[in-house]
Design a protein around this ligand. Structure first.
Ligand code: DNO
Length: 349
């Protein structure tokens, strides 16, 4: 197992020098944030990011993410060009020895929350999702801006994407994912890159847009599209956790045993109703995810991929990118590392 930490590059207030001081963290998860979605990532750009990470005593372990252009998800005739660019990016990262690529296939919006600063009794804040607040929202209205997405799309861009997705139901989205994977996975395999799809967060359709990577059945279907070690999963406990019907521990055990889990996001959530939850402190007792069970399942199945503590709360007066402060993620890394060491020593393989 390699403990990693997400770093948003030079503009991240959480510096590589601080990350390096978190015990157990050896690898960095990052991306080229300046490349427009759909363009190929230049090899020199990836190489210079890698050098910067290595100059700070860390390793560039995961690219999270190379975004998939909406034309690919929509199955538009222009998709082949974007897929070519994607392939180029994969070859470039593989050529530099970066082993894991996390990506997602969520239409229009990546992770979605209704509140980025829910206040807790102890004075900390965290991200939360209340389905009732978003259920009746019509995104075409002028006066609504989704937390975290305010500046991503102009009104016209968003409207035209929403129109385009009216023709794409979940089955069509699966077909488009299949088309994409059949083109890119063989190249990833040749390039030594393990692709790891991130589940949809939250794991149900939002704003009338389909979402498909939501449960165990979906993970079965995904992994069977192309049978390759390069077609695997980012198992995000906090994204799948809100799906109360899933047995997270048994699901991660199953896919890890199959060698399909390449990257794990450890995050805990507390369900507050059907389709509602907040992001809790990492340890098991504070949320609905059995974090001990998750780590034990990984240890027992010989997991050798990358793990990163996911979204933390804002604590100790820290301000910054919601979910991505230093302090609580560092606590999360140490908690998971502690569980790992204990499980390994109590259950030697
Ligand atoms: C949220 C992240 C996601 C993730 C993408 C991967 O904080 O876990 O944004 O990076 O879904 O493509």
């Amino acid at each position: 197992m390699k403990m990693t930490f997400r770093w948003y590059g030079k503009d991240d207030p959480v510096k590589l020098q601080y990350i390096r001081q978190v015990p157990a963290v050896k690898g960095i998860v990052s991306a080229l944030y300046y490349v427009p979605v759909g363009e190929a990532w230049p090899k020199e750009g990836i190489a210079s990011l890698k050098r910067e990470i290595e100059d700070n005593g860390l390793e560039f372990t995961v690219i999270e993410s190379i975004p998939v252009h909406e034309d690919i998800k929509l199955g538009r005739s222009t998709r082949d060009g974007y897929i070519e660019n994607y392939i180029q990016s994969i070859q470039n990262m593989g050529g530099l020895g970066i082993p894991y690529l996390c990506y997602n296939f969520m239409p229009v919006f990546d992770w979605t929350r209704s509140d980025l600063q829910m206040k807790h009794e102890d004075g900390s804040t965290s991200l939360s999702y209340d389905h009732q607040q978003l259920e009746n929202v019509d995104l075409r209205k002028d006066d609504f801006s989704l937390p975290g997405w305010a500046t991503s799309y102009s009104k016209d861009e968003l409207d035209s994407l929403l129109d385009a997705y009216e023709e794409v139901d979940s089955e069509t989205l699966w077909e488009n994912l299949e088309y994409f994977l059949k083109a890119v996975v063989p190249v990833a395999e040749k390039s030594g890159v393990k692709m790891a799809i991130h589940p949809d967060d939250p794991p149900w359709p939002i704003f009338g847009l389909p979402r498909i990577i939501t449960d165990e059945k979906a993970l079965d279907r995904l992994t069977s599209i192309v049978d390759s070690p390069s077609n695997g999963l980012t198992f995000c406990t906090g994204s799948l956790g809100p799906n109360g019907d899933m047995n997270i521990v048994e699901t991660i055990r199953k896919f890890s045993r199959l060698g399909k889990v390449h990257f794990v996001h450890t995050r805990n959530i507390k369900r507050t109703g059907t389709h509602s939850f907040y992001e809790s402190r990492h340890p098991t007792e504070f949320g609905d995810v059995d974090m001990y069970g998750v780590v034990k399942a990984l240890v027992e199945t010989g997991f050798a991929g990358a793990i990163r503590p996911d979204h933390g709360r804002m604590i100790w007066g820290e301000t910054g990118r919601p979910g991505y402060g230093l302090y609580d993620r560092a606590l999360g890394a140490m908690y998971v590392y502690g569980l790992w060491e204990a499980c390994e020593k109590c259950n030697p393989l």
